[in-house]
Write a protein that binds this ligand. Structure first.
Ligand code: IPD
Ligand code: CA
Ligand code: CA
Length: 258
């Protein structure tokens, strides 16, 4: 089985799930609360089922880690890491900014990432060592610096009212040192936009592997840099992520110290 076959299937299922989501946007939804703020809809669940069933059928020997269900970890070499709908709050409120995120980890390393931005018909993909692409054309991170001229993206955890690690301090510090910050509400897209050179950097804490697995590969394959807040090597299972075009990375790391 080759990486091309994995990619072909991931692209197909991302498109299918995205089209289903588009058909359900602005329609009545069955919405449930995972927490006080954190929502889940029938569309998140149905999208996950569609993607996981499709992959399971094609690759019965692979493991799965996805947001809306627990799948048994059978210790397989291949593990798909899936956020069926990144941007659920947006989706639920009819704000059309959300994406499907699918990544493949092989022997502990993310080797494939797909992010489908349904409403813009933009399919991002990356394969380890083979670059990052948008609708089939190569993409690169921006060449913008210094930090003062940069546009950044971030997000806040669902429990920001109760956990002091709520990103408010970093947000204020970056707001004073950059051209601006966007909080669009879908981390997978924030990372895809860094890869495409539309954002110059992104940081967030308390994200889950499915939020970032595909997007961080896009950034690296587009020539960017991804680390933890102190510049330490990054894993999708880490707590904190900072991704940038590389040129403003040190200035971003300095900002976390202020
Ligand atoms: C959320 C989004 C958001 C980020 C949250 C994530 P979800 O994912 O990526 O941008 O700030 O922390 O949980 O819940 O919409 O899949
Ligand atoms: Ca998510
Ligand atoms: Ca989600």
């Amino acid at each position: 089985m080759s990486t091309d076959q994995f990619l072909e299937k991931a692209l197909l299922l991302a498109k299918e799930a995205g089209e289903y989501q588009r058909s359900r946007l602005w329609t009545p939804l069955d919405i449930q609360h995972k927490g006080e703020i954190d929502l889940v809809t029938e569309v998140d669940k149905r999208s996950e089922e569609l993607i996981v069933t499709g992959l399971q059928r094609a690759f019965p020997d692979h493991d799965f880690l996805a947001e809306e269900n627990i799948y048994s970890d059978r210790g397989k070499n291949h593990k798909w890491i899936i956020d069926p709908l990144d941007g659920t709050t947006n989706f639920t409120h009819g704000f059309p900014w959300f994406a499907v995120s699918i990544a493949l980890e092989v022997d502990g390393e993310i080797v494939l990432g797909v992010v489908f931005h349904t409403m813009m018909a933009e399919m991002f993909h990356a394969l380890k060592g083979e670059g990052a692409y948008l609708n089939g054309a190569p993409i690169r991170v921006s060449s913008r610096s210094p930090l003062r001229s940069s546009l950044l993206a971030t997000g806040f955890p669902y429990d920001s009212a109760t956990d002091p690690e709520n990103n408010f301090n970093h947000f204020a510090n970056f707001q004073m040192r950059t051209r601006g910050i966007r909080r669009a509400g879908a981390a997978a897209l924030d990372l895809a936009y860094v890869a495409a050179g539309r954002f110059d950097g992104f940081w967030e804490s308390k994200l889950k592997p499915w939020d970032v697995a595909a997007g961080q590969l896009l950034v690296k394959e587009a020539g960017g840099v991804v680390t933890g807040f102190a510049g330490e090597p990054y894993s999708v299972y880490s707590h904190r992520i900072v991704a940038s075009n590389g040129l403003i990375h040190d200035e971003m790391l300095e900002t976390f110290k202020t």
